[in-house]
Design a protein around this ligand. Sequence first.
Ligand code: ATR
Length: 277
Amino acid sequence: MSLSQIPVAAVLGHPINHSKSPRLHNFWLSKFGVNGYYIPLDINPRNFEKHIRSLPQLGFVGANVTIPYKEKILKVADKISDRAAIIGAANTLTFLSDGKIYADNTDGYGFIQNIKSRYNDWTAKDGMSVVFGAGGASRAILGALIDDGANEIVLANRTRSRADQLRSDFGAKIKVVDWMKVQNYLDDAANLINTTSLGMVGKADLPIPLDKLKKNTLVADIVYTPLKTPLLAYASEIGCRTVDGLGMLIYQAIPGFERWFGVKPADSLDLRKLLLK
Ligand code: ATR
């Protein structure tokens, strides 16, 4: 990018109208008075690589990647961060000055930073974590928990083979237990994390009895519609510390914005309100 060029970034997906990223980044662009643009781009799956390769040439500085391209983008990227490689998916691209594409995954970073922003002294080292779910979000969160020093993670998923795969990818800190028996581990948990879509508007609620949950546990949900999921409502009722999913969405976006536009943005109440509209 030449100095006179105005930085432009995008979110790439197909379809793309569900994405909250344009609202989020445009809020920050205006709040910090940055001279730049952020737009949604619906990328046709035909000629996917050609479309992506053309973006740096058109002057884009980077992009977020969403469904259905988060895995596929790794085949196109020239450089891949360690965390994107182990997760097997990227959500943040930076177009380097030589036109090369650097792919990173900031979902796990977003998850951890969101918790730390609410509870400053929290670390994943604090004790055992119970994690529900073994999809893409779980993969990002497990990697980030281990990076933050977690020693013991109890993982349960409806389809056990997906959890076993994560155990084999992330190693012995992960102990896989049956979906129907995971409730027995809740009384020892320092953290309980829901990475499934259960509890989301229109979906069933988690079928796991929570009566063994202790009041000091930190309970985090990646679902943010509704903001207070049935899991978080129960957890706060019994005195747990709770963390909702909207913060993860905000924090995963920070590294990209900072790289592309040169300003480190922050979480704020007005941004949260805007995203919930
Ligand atoms: P993401 O990439 O967003 O994590 P995903 O890969 O589709 O999405 O994973 C969704 C997670 O929610 C999985 O752990 C899934 O369990 P399965 O692996 O058994 O499918 C979980 N999930 C979705 N619907 C569920 C349900 N009705 N009961 C239990 N788990 C469910």
